[in-house]
Each structure stands twice: as C-alpha cells, then as structure tokens.
Design a protein around this ligand. Structure first.
Ligand SMILES: *Cc1c(COP(=O)(O)O)cnc(C)c1O
Length: 375
C-alpha cells in the first residue's frame, strides 16, 4: 500500500512538545511560536510573519485587513481550494472567478484586467503546486488599478519567483501547515504582512480584538478590547511540532524535489508519445515539490486511471472541483469570461503520491504501474 500523503513527523517534535507542556506554555504566542516566526522570517526574508491556526484563517485575516466589505469584488481563479473564496465571501464581498493557464493551472494574468470593475478591490492569485503565478504582471495591474494583492501561498514554503519567496510579493501572503502540506503542524498556517501599518491591525485582529500583544511587549500597562477580532493564534504545542521541520526545511524540500524529478524523467517517454502531459515550470520559477501531477486525456480516462492505481494499492487523487460550478460558488460568486481551461484541465489532472520520505522503490513501483496502465 502506497498512500498518497504521509504527514511529516520528526523525532524532535516530541521533545519540543514535551518541553512546551512541562514549561506550561501550551496556549498561543509561547516560546515555540516565536521560534517558528523567527525561522519563517529567515526562510522568506519577510519582516512580518504571524503564525495562525490555518492557511484558511490566514486568508480570512488578509481579507479583513484588506478592508473588504459587501459590494466589493475580488478576482481569483476558480481552480483552487474553497478557502481562497471563503475568505472573500465571509467579508460579504463577491468572488469573481477567471480562467487559468493550462500550463501551470494558475490564474491567467492576461484575463485579469478584463474582469476589473469599479467595485474590484483585490486580486487573490493562487500559486498552484508551489509554482508561481506571473507576479510581475499581476503586481503591475494591481498598481495601475489600486488593488490589494493577497497571495494564496498555502502550498509555497521555499518556492520563489525570480528569486523572491512566494507570499512576500503581494500585500499579504498566506501559508498553510496543514498535514497535507510540505511542512505541517497538524492544523496551522502563517500570515506574511508587507505593510508595517497592517502589522498592528493584524496583531489586534489575531488577539480577539485586544492590544494584548503590545501589553506582552511591555509597551502598555494594561490591555483591553480595542477593535474587531478573533482568535487566530495556534497552540504552542502545534508550533513545537512544526519548529524542527523549519530547521530542516532545506532537506525536506530537497527530498520532495528529488521525487518530483524522478517522476518527471521516468514519465517523459509517455509525454513524448502524447499519452500524458507533465507539469510545466516556467522560467524564473523555483518550486518546492509540493505536488506531482500528470494530465490524462479526459475525465473518463482519469477515472479508470485512479481505479487502476487503487487496485494496485496506490493512492492517486484529483482536485479541485472548480469553485464556480460548486453550489457555494454559484450562490456567492460569478465567472467572468469564458471557461476554456478551468473545467477541462481540472478534469484531466491526477496527483501521484508525494511526501517527505517517499522511497525510490515505491516511486518505481508507481511508475511501473503507470506504464502498465498505458499498455
Ligand atoms: C491547503 C490550502 C488552503 C487551506 O489551508 P488550511 O491550512 O488547510 O486551512 C488554502 N488554499 C490552498 C491553495 C491550499 O492548498
């Protein structure tokens, strides 16, 4: 049995979690949360990073910090996880979905401007599989139309665009540490903030609407309820779980990228025969081996492919059902322009097993089964 995913677990996590428990800092913003934020700053080069309870709540915070409200519109791809659109909908704003590029499955930067109206307030690009969107063009459009940019960088730790870490290019970057991501704390995430003015607002939002962060830093002598807020701090136990992974991020990433490259090379002959399509990594993009997918002919072939792999006890999975065709997408959003690629390409895509520690022999077994499927 080769499972699709295995969450990262390093032995040091147990030691650090025990340390946090015995020291009695198991709620938010303890020692390990601070250590994780420090490491994340080193990894991303960002000045302001907050650990959060998930990639989803990072997106929720970003949407609130953008000041989104009812009547506003946000442009995003339809090929993404529900969380990207939920963050918009929870503020009362309307998600406006546009089509993707078939090569990277990312938002087509050339279709964004046409979707802009006088209600548009932000663009939420999603870097699918840790491969960057065309950020130069997106930032140029945002600047010209005075729009905020929230990068859904949920899948992107260690990925870069023209040398810049993903999540640090827009106004906000949202990272996930869900158990399915390259680094994990079970449930958790991080919010990267560009503008210093948003940092104080984010602190309050994250700490139940209070200025408790300033109090803890000794800047004020009591704290109180000062604005709208929620509780977006993860337990320090989760941060303790994550911390050693941040210290080993280069090794974890290299292992995944090696798996990606092995798959890519071994399956290239099938791509040459036009039986499958392989992922495209545009020039200037460095990815982190988050996802390895192949594209088959159509939905029918993909269904039999997944069944074939399942019969050999190999976990191959697909995603996403395009948001504009999902019940909530129909209710809350709209698709702008023509759906040339979103539905068609999403129906052809299948992800192969990918996790830290996937062995070469398991990869070979998977590759052999793919060849057998096409015989
Ligand atoms: C995983 C993911 C999220 C949500 O992250 P959680 O930590 O699970 O809340 C959002 N967007 C994308 C693109 C993701 O892959």
């Amino acid at each position: 049995m080769i499972s699709f995913n295995k969450p990262v677990y390093l032995e040091d996590s147990s030691r650090y979690m025990r340390e946090a428990a015995l020291a009695g800092y198991i709620s938010g913003d303890g020692k390990f949360t601070k250590l994780c934020s420090q490491e994340l700053k080193k990894i991303t080069g960002a000045e302001h990073v907050n650990l959060t309870t998930s990639g989803s709540t990072s997106l929720d915070m970003a949407a609130i910090l953008c000041g989104l409200k009812e009547g506003d519109e946000v442009i995003l791809p339809s090929f993404t996880f529900s969380s990207t659109a939920n963050a918009v909908v929870l503020t009362g704003a309307t998600p406006v979905f546009t089509d993707i590029r078939p090569d990277t499955m990312n938002i087509d930067e050339n279709l964004i401007e046409d979707a802009i109206t006088d209600k548009t307030k932000a663009i939420f690009p999603v870097h699918y599989a840790g491969v960057a969107c065309e950020m130069d063009r997106i930032m140029e459009i945002a600047k010209a139309h005075d729009l905020k940019v929230v990068e859904d960088a949920a899948q992107c730790v260690m990925s870069t665009y023209k040398g810049t870490p993903l999540g640090t290019i827009g106004d906000f970057g949202c990272i996930s540490f869900h158990e399915t991501k390259n680094l994990t704390m079970g449930e958790g995430g991080a919010l990267i903030i560009k503008d210093r003015q948003d940092v104080y607002k984010a602190e309050i939002l994250r700490e139940k609407g209070t200025d408790r962060s300033r109090f803890f830093r000794g800047e004020i002598d009591k704290y109180s309820w000062v604005d709208k807020g929620g509780s977006y701090l993860p337990s320090d136990l989760n941060a303790a779980y994550l911390y050693p992974q941040l210290l080993s991020v280069a090794e974890i990433t290299a292992d995944r990228v090696a798996s990606f490259e092995h798959y890519f090379e071994a399956l290239s002959p099938l791509a040459d025969k036009e039986l499958i399509e392989l992922p495209v990594i545009p020039e200037g993009c460095v990815h982190n081996g988050h996802i390895f997918y192949i594209k088959l002919k159509d939905l029918q072939q993909r269904t039999s492919f997944i069944a074939h792999m399942k019969s050999k006890q190999i976990g191959a999975v697909f995603h996403y059902v395009p948001l504009h065709s999902a019940a909530a997408g129909i209710k809350y959003g709209r698709f702008h322009g023509e759906d040339r690629f979103t539905t068609r390409e999403s129906e052809r895509l299948v992800r192969l097993p990918m996790y830290f520690g996937l062995t070469e022999s398991d990869r070979q077994l998977i590759i052999d089964e793919i060849y057998k499927f096409f015989e």
